[in-house]
Write a protein that binds this ligand. Sequence first.
Ligand code: N01
Length: 527
Amino acid sequence: MLDAVIVGAGFAGMYMLHKLRALGLTARVFEAGTGVGGTWYWNRYPGARCDVESMDYSYSFSDELQQEWRWTERYAAQPEILKYANHVADRFDLRRDIQLETRVTRAVFDETTSRWDVETDRGDRVSARFCVMATGCLSDAQVPDFEGLDSFEGTWYHTGRWPHQGVDFTGRRVGVIGTGSSAIQSIPIIAKQARHLYVFQRTPNYSMPAQNAPLDAEYERRVKAAYADFRRQARESRVGFVTERSGDSALAVPAAEREREYEKRWSRGGLGFSAAYADLLMSKDANDTAADFFRAKIRAIVRDPAVADLLCPTSYPLGTKRLCVDTGYYATFNLDNVTLVDVRKQPIEVITPKGVRTGGVEYAVDDLVFATGFDAMTGALLNIDIRGRGGRRLDAEWAGGPRTYLGLTVEGFPNLFLITGPGSPSVLSNMIVSIEQHVDWIADCMSHLRARDLATIEATLEAQEAWVQHVNEVGHMTLYPLAPSWYMGANIPGKPRVFMPYIGGVGVYRQKCDEVAAKDYEGFALR
Ligand code: N01
């Protein structure tokens, strides 16, 4: 009889476990992988690197941890982040409550006991008062249903399920399908190894140079000397890290000044570009100024004008699909051994035993890399058969898109918590900041129930409907819905088109969650 089951041992599940132990609660974590680390355990593709800076993308809950850990680069690479996750697991003795290689398949709320009955693919059956989904927003890797893939005689990979021993593409002909963040990071490295690389692009992306570098020791010292304040500012910020944010309209400044601002941000690198002007994600005209700047950059880097043209995004505003961050991406298309294949006009027809056919042409490859993304935000949750009161099924409740209260809870599913669920800032933020906020809130909520001797907490339908509407309204005040992005569910055939994350900002959202708790969990039924 456990107090809590936690699904997933990524950054969310590990911190949740640590926090529950501190409350004196018993918990078991089930994790499908052979190790901890979540995203950073699975995504081992060449070039995998965080696009939030190391000093920001790390836990803040332990000052000893944040003081003692030393990042080597401005943007940490996947192996280093995975090492950090393992360090945390050891340092806080988490492993004894983490059961690896175990996938949760079913979670059913029993109304007679007010407990969750949880089943796994290993035959475990456990009963817990609380069920916490720390399943990740981008963990359900997707390989499109291409005809002929079974017949392919080479080897194929998905970036999000990369072999642990790595892959050496030296001397091989490789095809990469997709040009999102994962592709954009891996393509420059694969191109250096491969005899020939074919990049199959359906939609070009806007990508910023990372301008990665060894971590500046003086910067590290300054941050560590005032880490508490640094973290506070991140928590109060819009996106979970502090970036120079302008309050001006892009259209209110002279073109030359705007150019200088964009140029400054381009040289600085990273995700801060969209904060250059207050209306870049609100006004199409403002956005066009930034998109034009990007297209000019692409044309200046890529020598072949026809290739440059293909690489220039034109069909959606900058930033409305996740902005990418790269090292040498566009310049890779100047290499003789790299060919960009447009699969927009002529989609991939079939995977043949020898390669990929599109537009009547067969591109022969030895290896295929699917950088085709994830069933984001809802995929991993709905892969579990989750049933609430009266046998209500989560997949049926969400048939028209996810519906949550605060992105944390679902009406009809008492004592079920989602960490960084749809309807919370999650993927629009520094994930670790959002994870810590949710874990702290959930732990406080559990303490509250204990102190008041209450069995369950459940969102009311009224509060949930109002929240869903609010999330939608603010989403639709922005340009985001103009892009067929995974934020909108548009990358998965048949998935409802709903803007899933909450764009109100990390600081504002935290305040709302705190207010709800302070008002005796307003919008919830406590029983
Ligand atoms: O996946 P994606 P990702 N035929 O969905 C293409 C985070 N992340 O793994 O745009 C041809 O972005 C698809 O084309 P289109 C980050 O939040 C972070 O790259 O749908 N192409 C697209 O180009 C990111 O946004 C980091 O037309 C097909 C690509 O596959 C998120 O994870 C690094 C296709 C999928 O791109 C997901 O990124 C990596 C088809 N049938 C990831 N189906 C960092 O921190 C799909 N595509 C740096």
